[in-house]
Design a protein around this ligand. Structure first.
Ligand SMILES: [Zn+2]
Length: 293
């Protein structure tokens, strides 16, 4: 499988800035090298000629040291590896690498995941992952920076919270991929749930990055990942499978956190019930895909 590892460049950012000055260095560099390759029969540039040198990377005759935030696995560095710069001027090295896939684990433990507004995710085993919001401390600091018109500080706070948010999604998805062999997620989108287009895009972004992380971490850890239609998962009783009269319905039903099934009497937490139904749907796809089951 192909993974992308992103490292902040520790050294030579001055050099990168210098290279970058004429529009986009990497683009130009590769164009030139490939023209050279055609003209002078030099070897065609592959994986952008980047290779490891201990903890550092060697590229275009220079050694770039990076903050080794996570170890780069063994594998072939692929084309598409490139440098990028964030809004604060920090340089990053994005390494596209092909690594061996883990063998698929036998399916013992499955989990259904209901993505939502109140919590980012509710798991069918009753665990909850709270939505990574804007941190209070950061909020106060941001307000102060905005009053003082400190633009660099504002950028720094935004970058910090974005990183914290991603970190928490990475941690949560990693734990799930390690704990469960079969991961089933509802295909929720924010249309109709969020009132403003901004809220919609923020929610969609959070849900889709979380789903992407779950999908590739599942493959990486030998688990299976599947997305199922989440329609009626909130309204169906996970205990008896009925669509009872007492189910939460429509706009008015959005605020109902707990309800009792009028058919079998089971009392449900709204999101946990949905997560259990999502898991059941996932199991059904599994059974359909494997005739022996
Ligand atoms: Zn019921």
């Amino acid at each position: 499988m192909i993974l992308v590892f992103r490292y902040r460049v520790k050294s030579l950012s001055g050099l990168l800035n210098q290279w970058c000055r004429a529009v986009n260095f990497v683009w130009n560099y590769c164009n030139d090298r490939q023209k050279d390759a055609l003209r002078f029969e030099r070897p065609w540039i592959k994986g952008r000629d980047l290779h490891r040198e201990g903890d550092a990377f060697r590229f275009a005759g220079h050694t770039f040291r990076v903050f080794n935030s996570r170890p780069l696995p063994e594998g072939k560095i692929k084309d598409g590896t490139c440098f990028s710069q964030d809004s604060r001027g920090n340089w990053f090295l994005n390494i596209v690498i092909e690594v061996a896939e883990s063998p698929v684990r036998p399916i013992d433990h499955g989990v259904g995941i209901d993505l939502g507004l109140k919590d980012l995710a509710v798991l069918s085993d009753a665990n909850r992952i709270s939505a990574p919001g804007f941190y209070r401390k950061a909020e106060a600091a941001l307000a102060a920076a905005q009053r003082a018109h400190k633009r660099r500080r504002i950028k720094a706070i935004h970058a910090y919270t974005a990183r914290r948010r991603l970190d928490s999604l990475h941690n949560a998805s990693l734990q799930i991929a390690r704990s469960f062999d079969h991961i089933v997620v509802g295909n929720i989108n924010a249309a109709g749930l969020a009132q403003t287009s901004l809220a919609k895009s923020v929610l969609d972004a959070g849900w889709s990055s979380f789903r992407k992380m779950l999908a590739y971490k599942a493959v990486k850890h030998g688990a299976r990942y599947v997305e199922v239609d989440e329609r009626f998962t909130t309204q169906t009783c996970s205990n008896c499978g009925a669509l009872p009269d007492s189910r939460p319905r429509g706009i008015a039903g959005l605020g109902i956190r707990e309800w009792a099934c009028s058919d079998c009497g089971a009392v449900h937490d709204r999101d946990l019930n949905a997560a259990k139904n999502i898991l059941r749907r996932g199991r059904a796809t599994l059974a359909a895909g494997i005739p022996a089951l």
